[in-house]
Write a protein that binds this ligand. Sequence first.
Ligand SMILES: C[S@@+](CC[C@H](N)C(=O)[O-])C[C@H]1O[C@@H](n2cnc3c(N)ncnc32)[C@H](O)[C@@H]1O
Ligand SMILES: [Zn+2]
Length: 287
Amino acid sequence: MPTFEHLSCPIDKQPLSSQGRSLVCSNGHSFDIAKSGYINLLPVQNKRSKDPGDSKEMVSYRQSFLNLDHYFPIVKHIIDQWPSALIDSSPCRVLDAGCGEGYYLHHLAAEFVKHNVALQRVGLDISKWAVTAASKRDKDATWIVGSNASLPMPDDCLDVVLCLFGFPVFSEFARTLSDKGYLLLVESGADHLLELRQILYPSIHPYKATHSEGIEGFELISESSLHYPFRLDSQEEIQHLLCMTPHIHKASYDGKEAVKLLNTINLTAHVNFRWYQKTTKEDHNAT
Ligand SMILES: C[S@@+](CC[C@H](N)C(=O)[O-])C[C@H]1O[C@@H](n2cnc3c(N)ncnc32)[C@H](O)[C@@H]1O
Ligand SMILES: [Zn+2]
């Protein structure tokens, strides 16, 4: 497995270098590379719970659902919208912050290879289950257990940060992106899985746009949406989708029981994409 060359010790921020099956810093902190190839850079003191992030079950449900490829249009859309300035700066250093079980980072690279664009990829997630699954899926990326709240990387070492359906920490994204680096935020839109939500909840809350006031340190450069139908054809597929979403914890007992009676469901995918570019100190001085 390749190890991204710009990793830093999560305890003292010193650069990490390879030593056998470990990464070590100059102060003697050592982090083992797991059998499947990922690196755990989440020190106990940075953990809010014993087993943070998505559980083993959620990760496996997400993997089963994503492998049906109903969300593959998201991969295609990201590639279509990829900033042209980055196509020439190959290999492009990409972090997927909250990568889950690695579906998007894996397929992005596989599609980009067809266009002769090379990505140097790092996937990071706070869930060791997600990262374990990702490291088994794809041996050509660096997979890290870590937190967006304190990325184990030095300043200015990335060209792109992807945050898909995740938990963005913009100050860390801005710190680790190089000048004029790009951030992609992917979030669900108003109609996303509406048909499922209508069964799960007695009423649907009105949609609230996120970050409409802008994001400090970033300039919005493009906005787009995908809106398309897809269909699930078994109770098992429907449960996989339900169990990978927060609805499994939020919905009422009655709502979840109603979903158990379904054998098919027609659904809407509605996903919003926003590309941002990091603003530099000069940009601030000019305004
Ligand atoms: C809704 S899932 C999305 C996963 C993946 N991006 C996808 O779209 O398939 C959110 C992910 O964020 C991870 N997560 C939660 N808090 C995090 C944090 N502070 N830093 C990094 N990842 C985090 C969870 O473990 C989970 O895998
Ligand atoms: Zn250290």
